[in-house]
Design a protein around this ligand. Sequence first.
Ligand SMILES: [Zn+2]
Length: 113
Amino acid sequence: MVSVTPSASKPNTAQGRFSLRSYLDRWVARGDMPTTVTSTLNAVHDDELEAFLRNLGVAAAFRAGKLKCAFCGTVITFVNLYSVFADSGSVKFACDETECVKALASKIANRAA
Ligand SMILES: [Zn+2]
């Protein structure tokens, strides 16, 4: 499956840490969504996730518990968010249930084929 693996090129500078926000800014600006932003999100601080969701325009829905897993319908939270991916031009979420992780992987594999 395609994954985005951030790498900090200059770890000794304040800007060295991978910034999901700037990454997403570029993503949104280009209108060129990566296939998926995978579990690396789990290592992102909540503030970054908040910014990420705000950039996608779904922060309010997330806080209201209105974002659901595209596969099983479970409400997405900070705890169970496994992946954010683009599907048919809209943003979808996957929870970390084994079945959903598998479903996401096969979905991505099918699209890449
Ligand atoms: Zn799910």
